[in-house]
Design a protein around this ligand. Structure first.
Ligand SMILES: C[S@@+](CC[C@H](N)C(=O)[O-])C[C@H]1O[C@@H](n2cnc3c(N)ncnc32)[C@H](O)[C@@H]1O
Length: 242
């Protein structure tokens, strides 16, 4: 079975296979910046809310969670339901892509975790423009950049799990292959019981490799200044202070 990347397949498996690892990573990457946020935080491409929860726990300011995919938003809202009314009261969920969400000077920190690589170039540029508008003057954007270049050929880039749920083992294999300038990433999910495959499902996502120099130019062209990132796996940019 195949899918076109609306997370309709992946949403079911996302948290069981990724939440633990991704939460640790998000804590390392974003806690310090979230602690410093004084006005509000924008979580762009909030997904199932793994990063949103880290931002809410680390800060005491409002959080705007932008998540256009209904399947991922269902998981996001389930996560918010378990967070407690005080934290939930600080969250605003936006259901449109950030480029059409109409956010103006709402946050002094914006986080785009694990999503910029998935934007085709025109959408990526519209996203920079929307992020520059959504940040307050002096506000900081943190994101993990797309791969700089295409790999030479197909490769298996990772395995998620196995994670046990009762008698069943959940796992995924992640492969990538270059396809006419695009990096096609395929997640193959498996549920096994007593060494038998109960079911298998696939979802493919396209990624657009972009050299860091081009990202810097795009950011600059849309009113964001590249600044030193807090860790080597992130890029950072600021909206200049007024
Ligand atoms: C791989 S998930 C990452 C989720 C989360 N940030 C994390 O790290 O766990 C990428 C998310 O970005 C969302 N997304 C894609 N395009 C978007 C856009 N233009 N604006 C906002 N979110 C978008 C997708 O629906 C998806 O939920």
């Amino acid at each position: 079975m195949s899918d076109t990347g609306g997370y309709t397949v992946s949403a079911e498996f996302y948290d069981i296979l990724q939440a633990e690892t991704d939460r640790h990573l998000a804590e390392q990457r974003f806690t310090e910046a979230a602690v410093r946020a004084r006005h509000a935080i924008l979580d762009v491409g909030a997904g199932t809310g793994i990063v949103t929860e880290v931002l809410l726990r680390a800060s005491s300011v409002p959080v705007h969670a932008v998540e256009p995919a209904p399947a991922m938003r269902a998981a996001l809202l389930s996560r918010l339901a378990h967070l407690g009314a005080d934290r939930r009261a600080r969250v605003t969920v936006h259901t449109e892509p950030v480029s059409t969400a109409g956010l103006a000077a709402v946050a002094d920190l914006a986080v785009a975790s694990n999503m910029i690589a998935c934007l085709e170039p025109a959408t990526r540029r519209a996203t920079w423009k929307a992020l520059a508008a959504a940040l307050m003057p002096g506000g900081l954007l943190l994101f993990d950049p797309p791969p700089a270049a295409l790999p030479a050929g197909a490769e298996t880039v990772g395995r998620l799990g196995p994670v046990r749920v009762g008698p069943d083992l959940y796992s995924a294999e992640v492969t990538r292959r270059p396809d006419r300038g695009i990096l096609r990433t395929v997640f193959t999910y498996r549920v096994e019981r007593e060494q038998e495959v109960l079911r298998e499902a696939q979802e493919a996502f396209d990624m657009w490799p972009t050299p860091p120099g081009q990202l810097a130019e795009e950011l600059q062209a849309h009113g964001l200044q590249l600044v030193r990132a807090p860790s080597s796996d992130l890029m950072a940019a600021r909206r200049p202070a007024a």
